[in-house]
Each structure stands twice: as structure tokens, then as C-alpha cells.
Design a protein around this ligand. Structure first.
Ligand code: ZN
Ligand code: ZN
Ligand code: FE
Length: 764
């Protein structure tokens, strides 16, 4: 007979870990206890040696599917005999904290949901130890019902029995509930609730109306995705002419009817995180054109909350569409609504009916959006299902930091020792409501993770709202250059600790010299960077307008290349008329409302205008995205036919400049001579990646560094990514790319955080 105290670290709370331990202990006839300690699960196991070993083996080998055991530490103890094995109340201890993300409904619960003999038949809140909300209902750790928003709903006798019986799937499942004791759905502003509310919502969808529906991490706006009029009306109400909407499809079969799906994409789509996955549309599907206009792809997710399944299937005899638009329920620029008050104020005028419920959402979580590349997810927006799983570095900087993140697509990050916890998506900081949401979420996450940051990291930009928010925190502020933060996020995600050549291609970011950067080559590691190259600087005329109106960039670069002839060329290319060209030139000559820029994102916008693809964008990235789609019409191969360029880079005092003006000049001439647009779009991508590769080669020969890291929003462009990786690898480079951290500004908080942690370490 021996007693062993075993500590299990990792995602071991809210995933059925204690019940699993208790069942294993019964199987092995062990006595003792198991409890949550906040940062780990502690087991006192008493029995014969073989049984204790059996338990240790099971912990490593058979742990519940949703858990992630990172470490098991055991030590021998002398303890008086236990009478049996029991789960004891949680006590808080100091240490690393792992909070489970929200988990999409599991197959067993789904089967019960539609089993008319089950007592949870059609219960909109069905869940178990393996599924249901977690992060979004949590007040504090350790994860127990009293510290969640389910605390308001006392369990009925039957639920309590299941909760207490280790033989059931709901043993110790914190959000457990049923039709008798659980939360309730209702239509906001009416006294319609329960079944009648769901039927009303389904009827509205069928009739082509728009509804708001509260899910796990916030509200969605929803309508039939096969009804052109409904979708167009939603676009009009939301003032969103072109930006693609995500869709929720009834099941895998429907998804396969609408989209081309590889086996890996299928796994990702069905996985418990239930992200939105970008997929190629098939011809002849039921999705209407307005869902994702002029776009070969569409963002698809499967239902993950029971209430969403009920929108597709119910016992009211109504047949609803199998494709629904499911877009975040927010006013443009504002964060996703999580309460009825928010929803009434912000989105009631976008919809005909609002289906809500009384289980409170503590922390917002938008849907995660991911693309797929190189056999792995390629994250666009990391949120529900992923946040706040930490990134773990091998190197331990020791301190605690908060990184406030970027101004666009904001998410923040908390660092504790070698663990970095990226937050759910927050949004764009131009809107004061989002800034407030950021401050609130920072407070909540710090509380959950018991973080006491010693410093706060933010961007360099003097006018960013995130910077002001960081400065108001009363902590030492560490400013991190935007493109450096992008590269750091990429090396941190890859847990790489040496020097890299960072290719940071992006929209815009504030440079150390006060100009706008965005097409940068940085030689860097965790402690700092040198800017050794960039695309050729150009004058970005028109201030903020130039981010939306790519023709301004086009006209400005054409003016720099062709001088006075520029007006003629702009007119022939339909970039703008001579008069507009003159006005723009006068402005740039006198530097009115004009800045020097090396933004690769803006270069893409400009080229899109020159090739007659998009002169302006109605949402961020539209012009460059359509330029990519155009190129893919020619070829998706990294090395299809194109005419190479002799001179790719030019030497400057320190480092290199990419000959992007020469490239634009060639594109203009070829376009004027009537060459095919898709081919020219392809050539632009190919030659730009040739230039990047040549510049990296140059930097390698001076520095000896042969590892490249690709980051920045421009690398959401998978054609450019594919081409650049292929060329760099051909030249013998090792290439680091993103997977679970977005290449766009949603990822930079991680980079800011590791840099701040490194600075703290150095100063201590
Ligand atoms: Zn379940
Ligand atoms: Zn119940
Ligand atoms: Fe950026």
C-alpha cells in the first residue's frame, strides 16, 4: 500500500478531467482524492504499487479527448488510509493557469438533442464534460459552477444526480442543465419564449427575414444564404457592400455540396473548435452571389451551439434553409454584442427579430477564421475555441507582461514566464466602444489568469488609441515597432530563438523615422532589429483616403516613374483623369497631406488600380485580395511562365531596396500594350517574390543568417506566400511561417509581449 501525490498540468479543467481520474481510480481500486488547484489538478492516489502505476499510465495515455496534459509530476507521501475515492472542492494555488476555450457541441449531446425520448430533447443549452461554453462563461479560476454565469441556475434533482455520479457523461460538468432547470431562450422585447421563440425565429429565416441570435461568444446576424434579396438587404442595412459574409451550413454533407473540401480541411471544419474555414466555392451550389461577391472562396462553419442546430432542425414542421449567413452581430467598427442591452442599442435596426437567452456571456469571443496552408491551419482571426490557449516558449524570460496589441483587428496578449496567452479577437480601435471593450477584456483576462504585469507593451504610433490605453495603465510602457512585432510573433509561434531575416509585408505601420513602413526586411531576434531593406519608398498621397483609394497610390507612383507623362498614362490606364493627376501631383510636390511610405499593402492596392482590377476598396484589403484572385486565374503554381527581370534589387548605404518602381513601370507598359490582366497580376506576384528572395540572399551573404520569417497582413495572400516560400527554399533558406497566430495585426500582440518580456529580463 502506498500513497502518491500526483500533479497534472495542462488543459485539465472543464474537460472532464476529475471525473476521468475518479473513474480510473475506481477501476484500479484506488482510494484518495482529486481536486482542481486552479493551475493544475492534484491527485492523492492510495493503493498497491501496480494500481498507482496504472493510474499514472492512464493519465498520460487515456486522458479525455479535450484535455491536453503537458506535465505529470508525482511524489511519494505518507498519509493515513482513505475510505474511498472522491472529488473534493477546488482550492486555489499559485502557478501556471490553463483556461479551457469554448468547445462545440459533441456527437453524443447532438444525438440526445434530437432524441425525442431523452429528457434533454431539443434543449438549447445541452452540454457535457466534453462540450459546451467555458471561457465565455467563466468569472474566475478554478473552473467550478459557482464561478461561472451558470451559478444563477440551480440544478434540478435529475441534473444534480448526473453531476454527482461518476458513471454519467455529466459527472462534474459545470454548465450541466436541462429543460427543467437550464437557461431559457426568448425573443427580445416580447413575452415569447422557449419553443415558440425558436419556431418564430425559424419561420422568420424561412420567410427571408433577418434575425439576430445569441450564441456562445456573442450575437450573430443571420438570414438565408440562398436568398439573394435577404442577403442584399443585410448588406444594405449593415452598410457593407462587398466584404464577404461567413456562412453556417447545416452539416458536412451540405458543406461538401457547396465547397471543395480536402480531408484535412474536413477535420478542421468538424473539429471541436468549429472555426470558420475559408473554402473554395463549387459551381452550382445554393449559396447566392451576394454572400461573397467576386470571390472564389467563402468562409464556412458548422453549427457549434445547440441553439444553432435547432435553427436547422426542429419539431415544428417548418423547413428552414440549409445555408445561413452568420455574421458577427455588431455595428460597423464596434465589438460583437454580448448582452441584450448591447444588441438592442447596436443591431436591432439590422434585423426583424432577436432570439436571445439568459445565460450571460462574461467574455466576448468572435468566431475564429482560418485558412489552410501547408497541411496546417493558417489563422486569419484567432478567437473562439483557440483563445486563451497559451503559446509556450522553450526560453523562459521570467516576468509578467501585458501587450496591448495593434490598432486594427486587435487582440491582446498576457505573458507569464514562458507562457503567452493571446486573447480572443477584440476589433478595430478607431471606435471608442471597441477601446472600452479592450480595457474591460484586459481586466477580465488578467483576473482569470491571475496576472500582475510589470510592464505594458504597445505600438510606436503616437496617435493610436491602443497606445493611449497602454499609457493610462500606470505601468512602465515598452514601445515596439509594428513590423518588428510581426516578425517576433512569427518566431515566437515557431519557438525559434536565433536570428532571422524577417520579411514583414503589411498594410501600414509607424516607422522609427516617422515615415510609413510596410514592406520591410528586418534582421532580428528577440532583443532587437536592424532594418536592412524595404520596397522602394514612394509618396503616399491623400492621407487616410489613400488606404481606401488605391488609384491615388497608382497615380503617385506613376508620377514618380514617368514624370509629366504620368497624366497621359493614368488616363490611358483609367487610373484617373489628367485633372486629378495634376491635383495629386501638386499635393505630393508640396508634400501636402502626403507621406513617404514603403507599405507593401498600398503597393498591392496601387497595382490593382493600374491593372484595372479595383480602383478603390470598400473594406480593408479588397483591392489587393482581388489582385490575388486575378493572378490565380492565370495560375496557382509558384513557378508558372513569366518573364523574369534582370535587376531585382538596388544597393543602398545599409542594405537593399527592392526595385518595385521598375516592376510597376513594366506592368504599366505591358498593360498599355494590351497584355492579359491575369497574367500581369501573376507576374507582379512572381517578380515581387523574386525581389524578396534576392534581397534575403543579399542580407544572408552579409550576415550569415539563413533563416527567414514571413509575417504581416500581406502574407494572408497565399499565392505570394507560396511563391516566396518556394523561392526562398530553393535558395536554401529555412522559412518560418505562421499557423495558429495570424500573420495580420491580430498576431502582433504576441510579438510585443515577447519583446517586453525580453526587456524586463535584461533590466532585472
Ligand atoms: Zn457533449
Ligand atoms: Zn435539470
Ligand atoms: Fe501590421
Amino acid at each position: 500500500m502506498k500513497t502518491e501525490i500526483i500533479r497534472v498540468y495542462g488543459i485539465v479543467q472543464g474537460v472532464g478531467f476529475r471525473p476521468f481520474v475518479s473513474r480510473e481510480a475506481d477501476r484500479l481500486s484506488l482510494a484518495g482524492t482529486v481536486s482542481n488547484k486552479g493551475s493544475y489538478v492534484e491527485i492523492h492516489a492510495q493503493g498497491d504499487e501496480k494500481a498507482v502505476d496504472g493510474l499514472l499510465k492512464a493519465l498520460k495515455g487515456n486522458a479525455p479527448e479535450r484535455s491536453e496534459v503537458l506535465d505529470v509530476i508525482s511524489a511519494h507521501a505518507d498519509e493515513p488510509p482513505y475510505a474511498g475515492f472522491e472529488i473534493i472542492e477546488s482550492e486555489k494555488e499559485q502557478g501556471d493557469i490553463f483556461v479551457s476555450p469554448d468547445i462545440g457541441i459533441c456527437d453524443k449531446c447532438k444525438a440526445e438533442l434530437f432524441d425525442s425520448s431523452d429528457r434533454r430533447y431539443l434543449h438549447p443549452f445541452i452540454n457535457c464534460t466534453q462540450c459546451g461554453p467555458r471561457l465565455t462563461i467563466l468569472d474566475s479560476m478554478p473552473y467550478d459552477r459557482v464561478r461561472t454565469s451558470m451559478n444563477e441556475f440551480p440544478m434540478c434533482e435529475s441534473c444534480a444526480k448526473e453531476y454527482e455520479n461518476p458513471e454519467t457523461r455529466r459527472y462534474d460538468a459545470q454548465p450541466v442543465c436541462c429543460n427543467d432547470c437550464g437557461p431559457e431562450v426568448y425573443l427580445i422585447g416580447t413575452d415569447i419564449k422557449g419553443k415558440a421563440a425558436i419556431t418564430a425565429a425559424r419561420k422568420a429565416i424561412k420567410e427571408g427575414k433577418i434575425i439576430a441570435v445569441k450564441g456562445i461568444g456573442g450575437f450573430h446576424l443571420c438570414c438565408s444564404a440562398s436568398d439573394e434579396q435577404a442577403v442584399k438587404r443585410l448588406r444594405k442595412l449593415k452598410n457593407r457592400p462587398m466584404k464577404p459574409f461567413a456562412v453556417m451550413l447545416k452539416d458536412m454533407e451540405t458543406a461538401k455540396r457547396e465547397c471543395a473540401i480536402s480531408p484535412e480541411q474536413e477535420t478542421l471544419l468538424c473539429g471541436w473548435q468549429k472555426p470558420i474555414v475559408l473554402l473554395k466555392k463549387k459551381k452550382g451550389g445554393k449559396l447566392c452571389e451576394s454572400v461573397a461577391p467576386d470571390n472564389p472562396n467563402v468562409g464556412v462553419m458548422l453549427p457549434y451551439a445547440p441553439v444553432q442546430l435547432l435553427l436547422f432542425n426542429y419539431d415544428d414542421g417548418i423547413k428552414t434553409p440549409d445555408c445561413l449567413v452568420m455574421t458577427s452581430g455588431n455595428a460597423s467598427g464596434a465589438p460583437i454584442c454580448r448582452s441584450d442591452e448591447d444588441a438592442v442599442k447596436e443591431i436591432s435596426h439590422f434585423c426583424d427579430l432577436m432570439l436571445s437567452h439568459n445565460r450571460k456571456i462574461r467574455l466576448r469571443a468572435d468566431d475564429t477564421v482560418t485558412d489552410f496552408w501547408g497541411g496546417r491551419p493558417y489563422m486569419i482571426r484567432r478567437s473562439r475555441g483557440f483563445a486563451p490557449l497559451p503559446i509556450m516558449l522553450s526560453e523562459n524570460f521570467g516576468g509578467q507582461v501585458l501587450a496591448i496589441g495593434g490598432e486594427l483587428k486587435n487582440s491582446f496578449c498576457i505573458g507569464k514566464k514562458n507562457l503567452f496567452y493571446p486573447s480572443p479577437y477584440v476589433g478595430d480601435m478607431a471606435d471608442i466602444r471597441t477601446v472600452n471593450a479592450l480595457k474591460e477584456s484586459v481586466g477580465r483576462m488578467c483576473e482569470l489568469l491571475e496576472a500582475a504585469p510589470a510592464a505594458v507593451a504597445c505600438d510606436l504610433h503616437p496617435k493610436y488609441n491602443t497606445v493611449t490605453a497602454a499609457e493610462e495603465m500606470g505601468l512602465p510602457v515598452i514601445k515596439v515597432q509594428h513590423h518588428f512585432a510581426h516578425i517576433l510573433s512569427c518566431i515566437a509561434e515557431n519557438d525559434y530563438s536565433g536570428k532571422v531575416i524577417g520579411v514583414s509585408f503589411d498594410g501600414t505601420g509607424y516607422g522609427e523615422d516617422g515615415t510609413i513602413w510596410g514592406g520591410e526586411l528586418l534582421l532580428c531576434d528577440y532583443s532587437g532589429y536592424e532594418r536592412l531593406g524595404s520596397i522602394r519608398p514612394f509618396i503616399q498621397a491623400g492621407g487616410d483616403l489613400s488606404a481606401k483609394e488605391g488609384w491615388r497610390i497608382a497615380a503617385s507612383i506613376i508620377g514618380e516613374i514617368f514624370g509629366e507623362q504620368g497624366g497621359d498614362i493614368c488616363e490611358k490606364l483609367s487610373v484617373c483623369d489628367k485633372k486629378n493627376f495634376k491635383v495629386l501631383s501638386a499635393m505630393t510636390d508640396r508634400r501636402i497631406n502626403s507621406v513617404i511610405s514603403t507599405s507593401a499593402g498600398r503597393l498591392f492596392d496601387g497595382v490593382s488600380a493600374i491593372l484595372g482590377i479595383r480602383k478603390a476598396s470598400t473594406f480593408e484589403g479588397e483591392a489587393s485580395m482581388t489582385l490575388q484572385f486575378e493572378a490565380q486565374k492565370y495560375s496557382e503554381e509558384p513557378f508558372a511562365d513569366y518573364e523574369p527581370m534582370e535587376k531585382l534589387t538596388a544597393q543602398k548605404e545599409t542594405g537593399v531596396t527592392l526595385c518595385t518602381h521598375a516592376l510597376v513601370k513594366r506592368l504599366c507598359e505591358n498593360r498599355l500594350s494590351g497584355r492579359d490582366t491575369p497574367q500581369l497580376a501573376y507576374e507582379f506576384h512572381a517578380l515581387l517574390s523574386d525581389m524578396i528572395t534576392a534581397a534575403c540572399d543579399k542580407i544572408r551573404s552579409d550576415s550569415g543568417v539563413s533563416v527567414c520569417a514571413l509575417s504581416g497582413g500581406v502574407f494572408q495572400n497565399k499565392l505570394l506566400l507560396k511563391m516566396t516560400v518556394a523561392r526562398l527554399e530553393k535558395q536554401g533558406f529555412k522559412v518560418l511561417t505562421h499557423s495558429l497566430i495570424p500573420p495580420n495585426d491580430g498576431g502582433i500582440a504576441l510579438g510585443q509581449a515577447v519583446y517586453a518580456a525580453k526587456i524586463l529580463e535584461r533590466n532585472n
